[in-house]
Design a protein around this ligand. Sequence first.
Ligand code: FES
Length: 919
Amino acid sequence: MNRQLPLGPAAAATVSLTVDGAAVEIEGDPGRRLSEVLRDRLGLKSVKVGCDAGDCGACTVLIDGAQHCACLTPLAQVQGARIETLETAEGALTARLQDAFHAHGAAQCGICTPGMMMAAVELLRETPAPDAAQVETALAGVLCRCTGYRKIIAAVLDAGSVQAPDPRPEAGAAVGAPVRRLDGRPKVDGTEVFGADVAPDGALLVRAVRSPHHHAAFAFGDPAAWAAARPGVEAVLTARDIAGVNRFGVIPPLADQPALAEGAARHRGEAVALVVGDPAAVEALDLPGGFPVTWTPLPHALTEAEGAAPDAPRVHADRPENTLIRGRVASGDAAEALKSAAHVVEGRFETAYVEHAPIEPEAGAAWLDGETLVVQACTQAPTMDREDLAKVLGLPLERVRVIPSAAGGGFGAKLDLSVQPLIGLAALKTGRPCRMVFTRSESMQATTKRHPSKMRAQIGADADGRVVAMEFHGDFNTGAYASWGPTVASRVPVHASGPYRTPHYLATSRAIHTHGPTSGAFRGFGVPQAAICQESLYDELAERCGLDPLAFRRLNAMRDGDRATFGQVLHAVGLVECLDALAPAWGEARAAAEAFNAAGGPIRRGVGVASCWYGCGNTGLPNPSTVRIGVTEAGRIVLHQGATDIGQGANTVIAQIAADALGVTLDAIDLIGPDTALTPDCGKTSASRQTFVTGRAAEAAGAALRREVLRRANMGDGAAIRAEAGRLVLSADGVEQALDLAGAPLDARGYVLSAEETYDPPTTALDADGQGEPYAVYGFGAQMAEVEVDMTLGRVRVRRVVAAHDVGRAINPMLAEGQIEGGVAQGLGLALMEEYVPGRTENLHDYLIPTIGDMPEVVSILVEKPDPEGPMGAKGLGEHVLIPTAPAILNAIRHASGARITRLPALPHRVLAAIEAAR
Ligand code: FES
């Protein structure tokens, strides 16, 4: 656990430290954060900053051997102390930890990894062979948003063992192998470059002036005079300085979000002006309090109901109503079928704003390279960023280059622009490199959230327990700007039936503007909320039908050849296989819970189940990816893949697919990662599309290059290809032939041989009744949760989650497991603790995310039902894994206590009230 140091010696202008065994003297403000000193003065960039409040632990270092948050430690308190960071701590121990983290896949995005390791170093020095409970206690002060902690615990437990070298598969056998991340080493040695680590020499600092009100008109005084009176301030910029169209958005026809607000701010935390200048001077400013801006609060609407009210204050004057968009899927006659159903259940459910809480707040830098504006920042969508930046800043597209920095978590939050237009504008206006790092509260105020929802549904079944009809309606609070609201409104009705046969169906949705934070993409695009409604009601319906919940789901599960409510005939449906995979654990756990509860006492155990499905990629819209592969004169194979890897593993998985399609070993491949100047467009990292869509493009490019290599060598299909210095060697039936590369002419792409292929999933748009083929590939899954409910306190503890997911083909089983464990963690947070309230939970101590101590055991089961449309049979996985967790937990709570939770998160007072209501 991180500790607080006692108050240090009297403030001094010079503080002496020992860093890496060497004495260091630091002059300056003794109140300065140690994290800043280590990063900015000493260049120890492994010290990451996630909150500046001691909540996330990313900045954990050792001070005289004990872990502390460097962000909470003023310089004066470490006079004479010995400081250790990942760069400087004892090499042998950190090397063992790094190997173990790498081998276990314990670093996904990697932003938390250095802090985790420093906490582990302290533990392992005192306790060389700890048990899991000791690891959990030692690492409890460091948050991870990606991994679900299980692989981190395993890595620390395993750090004493010698790690075997990465077993690299033979040529043609990369797919299916648990290969360690190809980009994993920088994540575990602390050298990965995240947005805040991009700091060009002489860069100016950019800070935003933000609205303290949900809705307010504003007027500036005299910013120029204000700036002139403050040494070090180079520029103050407002919307008037924006040369292009001051509107961006992920769905261009609905682009409505200004980079800097004009005249009125539509949500708390919206930026209205920028201050740019010398970092020390700009950091010292009081913003917005000291800035010459006058606010006039205006009426606001914060909830869906308030936004949809006839007299609601209009969020966008140029829209006819606050309802941004509606969604609908209809088949059969649901109302009539419900009337004649043997059993009908109904319910209303409500979910809250949920914050992505990546441990890395948004950050990056921009500079001019000749006429080109270069923006290097954390993002999930470099090509979309480039297009929006060109539009907003009034630049031709060819004058904008976007280089994604490593992203310290995303989960959908980094699909929308954040710092990019602000630093781009500042760099253009000052002609100097400019950087910006959101504070934690800025990150929480200004970036997107999971849509709050209010949902209602009725589901009916016949006397045999077969579902006959469902009606669903969901209102989704899309906040101030459109962002991904239309995607949620269209995706939810498609998925709200769950992966079950539903002959008669009517599902509608609305995305409603309010003056709350903008709701956008967050792992599932509304499907997790809809699954809470449907899967909770399924448990009630199973009970009415007298069926076991798992058996009821199996009875109604979709199978190959079934027609979905939106008219598409599905194939490669692996739901029954997933439910069957849970069955042994389900039977044992239900029996064990009943035996435990029979003994009485305030703690009751319950077991719940829920399923998921999820269409991979855009809903009925094109979303192509293009991949290029080239062979150099030196005999290296270069893979240009532009899919951003935000921790999910695209850099590794896409390379595995390309290597096998070409027929070479992974070691022969050099990876060029996303950069709009160097890689073709692989679209955005969202909607579980990269393994499927970019994977298909990589498979096609690899296969095309292989054909060309074989043709040039005049060899048959089965020939093996080996890359050597200056040549490719092909062999078949004991005959070898070399293609000499050195000195060979280069093609237009600069390679001796190359191929570039594009794949766009075959889909059709939905019609007015939501009928069509919105996705080409669907993934399926089911999870079982075991919980304990304290009947007197309302507290819920999740003991175990068993998760079975149909991934089609597990390209990399280790990374797939990591996705499942991380998704379960976020689903647990959604179910039990996460509720963002503007103005109240804008930090990581009021907004709680799961800690290492909250995580249950997670048993992952990979079901492989290949999809012929997926690369080598693979389906997407990233969104799917979060969807069933929350409803499985809610169903387990009901099994344990009788409490029917209809408002999330299931905080103790809500659980207690539901227990009371059930009594
Ligand atoms: Fe821990 Fe991303 S790997 S926050």
